[in-house]
Design a protein around this ligand. Structure first.
Ligand code: FES
Length: 364
């Protein structure tokens, strides 16, 4: 039984009919109120996925599309999109009387969450038994059709070969061979909109950043990231990857979910001119925020210095340098030695102090 008191006036029908979707508070209930083809719809404003504000999304056909990750709910019935009908948000009766829009917030249908299949990356990170594993991440943005010598890749090859010679398994990931989207600023919409696994990875089966996530979070004991220097910074592909890795750091910041424990990172940095220390500083800072540990002397690097413009000489020096090749090999060994030590100690704590830059509890 409902009474007149249960109907809440949310505004003038003439006003509401000018906007396809808006967010409205009726009593204590936040609603996504839509208007299309002469019919009003009112559903809960809170998306079933991660609580995104449905009323800030858009209407497409009969569905409201969440602005955070595009899940869809029927704008009148609240049911999920075809295939996910049982995943429903509450829907509320709406009527128009005397030119006013009234919503009955007491008579809403129930929310029900039908589990979407978990993404494979969302499994608990647990080290699988077996030999040590080192992943090399190449970030050079080479023209695939006209490949040429890459100093950073050359040294990364040496590092991986050294790791194999030490009995480790290796995996080379060349970002340039992967097709992956730019981070689309979910974090800037809301911290909770940036999810683990990455929202883009969950939505787009063709996005290949999952290979990097799989290696960093699940497979590798150690990683070596190699980059050229471009205008005093790491390569553009490095930053494209780093933006997508925000979801790993964000999981620490907002959920205290530390995905990377007892793993080791080292770096190879090669540039024609200078700024090695600044590039190394950025990389060390960033990977520290993800939870990686570093061996003593965690990077090898080479540059010709500010006054040299002889890139051809730089290439020849890197290609022919036994010192740099040995340096890259020893870096791999230091990374693996530390990883082995961490694994052997069996000291992985079940939980750690809140990590990251904001090392205090988040006030929500
Ligand atoms: S789709 Fe709505 S919060 Fe993710």
């Amino acid at each position: 039984m409902t009474s007149d008191r249960d109907w809440i006036d949310i505004g003038a029908a003439a006003d509401f009919s000018t906007t396809p979707l808006r967010r409205v508070k009726a009593g204590n209930v936040e609603l996504a109120v839509s208007f299309r083809d002469g019919e009003f719809g009112a559903i809960s404003n809170a998306c079933n996925h991660a609580g995104g504000p449905l009323g800030d999304g858009r209407v497409e056909g009969d569905y409201v599309i969440c602005p955070w990750h595009n899940w869809k709910f029927h704008r009148c019935s609240g049911s999920g999109e075809p295939g996910f009908e049982a995943d429903r948000v509450p829907a509320y009766p709406v009527k128009v009387e005397g030119g006013r829009v009234l919503v009955n917030v007491e008579a809403g249908s129930k929310r029900s969450r039908a589990p979407h299949p978990p993404h494979p990356l969302s499994r608990k990170p647990e080290r699988a038994p077996g030999p040590l594993r080192l992943a090399g991440i190449s970030t050079t943005a080479m023209d695939g059709a006209n490949p040429r010598f890459s100093g950073s890749d050359h040294l990364l090859d040496h590092a991986l070969k050294a790791a194999r010679d030490l009995g480790a398994e290796t995996r080379m990931i060349k970002l340039n061979d992967l097709s992956f989207r730019n981070c689309e600023g979910y974090y800037s919409k809301a911290a909770r909109a940036c999810t683990w696994p990455c929202s883009i990875t969950q939505m787009d089966a063709d996005d290949q950043m999952d290979q990097v996530y799989e290696a960093l979070v699940h497979w590798a004991d150690a990683i070596v990231v190699a980059t050229p220097i471009r205008w005093g910074a790491a390569s553009s592909l490095y930053f494209k990857m780093a933006e997508r890795l925000n979801c790993i750091q964000n999981a620490i910041t907002i959920r205290d979910q530390v995905l990377i424990r007892n793993k080791v990172a080292g770096f190879i940095i090669v540039g024609g001119q200078d700024n090695i220390q600044a590039v190394a500083g950025q990389m060390l800072g960033f990977f520290a925020e993800l939870g990686f540990l570093f061996p003593q002397f965690p990077y090898v690097a080479h540059s010709r210095g500010w006054s040299r413009e002889d890139m051809e000489a730089n290439v020849e020096i890197v290609r022919g340098s036994t010192e740099l090749a040995e340096g890259a090999s020893m870096l791999a060994k230091r990374c693996l030695d530390l990883a082995a030590d961490l694994i052997a100690r069996h000291e992985a704590p079940p939980s750690v102090e809140r990590g990251g830059r904001k090392a205090h509890a988040l006030r929500t």
